[in-house]
Design a protein around this ligand. Sequence first.
Ligand code: A2P
Length: 270
Amino acid sequence: MNAPAKTEDFVATIPAGVFAETVTSVQHYTDHLFRFRMTRPESFRFRSGEFAMIGLMVGDKPIYRAYSIASPSWDEELEFFSIKVPDGPLTSHLQQIKPGDTVLMRKKPTGTLVLDALTPGKRLYMFSTGTGIAPFASLIRDPETYEKFDEVILTHTCREVAELKYGFDLVEEIRNHEFLAEVVGDKLRHYATVTREDFPFKGRITDLISNGKMFADLGLPRFDPAVDRGMICGSSAMLKETKALLEQAGLTEGANSKPAEFVIERAFVD
Ligand code: A2P
């Protein structure tokens, strides 16, 4: 079923207490990935890296899923990066949205991938697979990230090269941005790897950390809890294995209520 048309009947069925926003642009990257942008309610505040519950009316019921907000907190629009699951209760509908359509958003954002949950450090690693790059798309466009860290390393691993495009576009956008380019300077490094196709950088990030190749490629020393901080977003297995590697190196997991050396968040999927 298509996303419902914006008829008066539809507007009348929007649940109370949620924002109903208008899609401004949609870009499809592959058969499985797309991003969309939508209007941002003036009263909606969030910290870069947080997620919100995004939904659509399907029939007469709203369906919501957790989505990391991919735009930074200063952006006047909201951006999301999504998978397309053919039978996904939400994404099978969401992938069909067009500019002008209405998307619902619950009012309260939340999440652990925020700068406040980390103790001060020099180097911030952001480890992502697939759509797990979304919260980092927000954080790498936030000047506060560069006020707090001298070096920011975004790792992004996907099965295929085409799935890396969102990340490459983002970094390009930052390099050409009228004020971000200066704030970011050469502090941001992007380490993109692929697991199921030929590419200059190949392999799972967990393997590249374990065998030292990531450090060699970046010309950096191995993790040091005194200066390195981490954020992880991917599948449950990826989170578990990456977390174990950081813990082996002596970093401890933090939270909003108890900042420490790294934080994790699941990439939410249907
Ligand atoms: P692989 O191709 O070897 O499975 P997915 O689409 O399944 O979420 O995977 C996205 C990327 O994350 C793929 O490149 C995949 O590698 C990688 N990946 C999957 N599981 C793990 C894991 N446990 N640790 C690190 N990377 C993983």
